[in-house]
Design a protein around this ligand. Structure first.
Ligand code: TYD
Length: 210
C-alpha cells in the first residue's frame, strides 16, 4: 500500500523494547533506509501531552477514558507522522501501537474487545503494521527489570494480576494475527534477542527486495 514499511514493538513493561528499538533503527539505517522512530502514546506535540496525562500517577480516570485518550493520540499520530512518513517511503518504527490498547486496556483494564475493535476501525481504517515484534517475558522478570530502572508510572505501578492479563492478551493477539506478530523470547541474553530481531527484519526486507 505504501512505499515504506511500518514496524511496531510491543511487550509488557520491562521486556527490553528500548534496547531493541535502538538496535533495529540502526540496522535499518545500515540498509540505507530512512527511519522514523516514534512512540505511543505520543509521537506528536499533542500526543506527548496526552502521554504525560496518561502516565502521570495522579491522573485517576475511567478505563474507557484511558482507552479513548490512547486512540485520540493515535489518530493524531497516524495523520501527522505515520502515514506521511510511509508515503515518503520511510520506514516507521513505533514503540507500541494498537496491540498495546488490546493488551493494556482490553486485557489489563478488561474493556470489551468489541469496543476497542470499533475504535481501531474508526481511527485506523485499513492501516496495520507490516510487522510487529512482541518481546515476551514472564511478568515477574519484566516487573523486576522495571523496578530496578526507574520510578514506576501509572501503568507500571499496577499489580501482578494486571500484567498477567496484559501478557495473556498480547499472546492471544499474536495467535489471532500470526502473520504479522512475531513473538520473540526476551528472556534470552540481549545479543540473542538482537540476532532474532535481525533475522526477522531480513525476512521482511527479502520480501521488499532490499
Ligand atoms: P512505555 O512504552 O513502556 O514507555 P517507558 O519505557 O517510557 O515506560 O510506556 C507506555 C505505557 O503506556 C505502557 O505502560 C503501556 C501503556 N499503553 C497503554 O496502556 N495502551 C496503549 O495503547 C499504549 C500505546 C500504551
Amino acid at each position: 500500500m505504501y512505499a515504506g514499511k511500518f514496524i511496531t514493538l510491543e511487550g509488557i513493561d520491562g521486556a527490553g523494547k528500548s534496547t531493541q528499538l535502538a538496535y533495529l533503527s540502526a540496522l535499518l539505517q545500515q540498509k540505507q533506509q530512512t527511519v522514523v522512530v516514534t512512540r505511543e502514546p505520543g509521537g506528536t506535540a499533542l500526543g506527548e501531552r496526552l502521554r504525560a496525562l496518561l502516565l502521570d500517577q495522579s491522573s485517576a480516570m475511567h478505563p474507557e477514558t484511558e482507552a479513548l485518550l490512547m486512540f485520540a493520540a493515535r489518530r493524531e499520530h497516524i495523520d501527522k507522522v505515520i502515514v506521511p512518513a510511509l508515503q515518503d517511503g520511510s520506514w516507521v518504527v513505533s514503540d507500541r501501537f494498537t496491540d498495546a490498547s488490546f493488551a493494556y486496556q482490553g486485557g489489563g483494564r478488561q474493556i470489551d474487545r468489541e469496543k476497542l475493535a470499533l475504535l481501531e476501525q474508526w481511527v485506523q481504517g485499513g492501516l496495520q503494521p507490516d510487522l510487529t515484534l512482541f518481546f515476551d517475558v514472564p511478568i515477574e522478570l519484566g516487573l523486576q527489570r522495571v523496578s530496578a530502572m526507574k520510578t514506576p508510572d501509572r501503568f507500571e505501578q499496577e499489580r501482578q494480576d494486571f500484567f498477567r492479563r496484559v501478557r495473556d492478551a498480547y499472546l492471544a493477539r499474536a495467535c489471532e494475527f500470526p502473520q504479522r506478530i512475531h513473538i520473540i523470547d526476551a528472556r534470552q541474553p540481549v545479543n540473542a534477542v538482537k540476532a532474532e530481531v535481525a533475522s526477522t527484519i531480513e525476512t521482511l526486507c527479502a520480501g521488499s527486495r532490499l
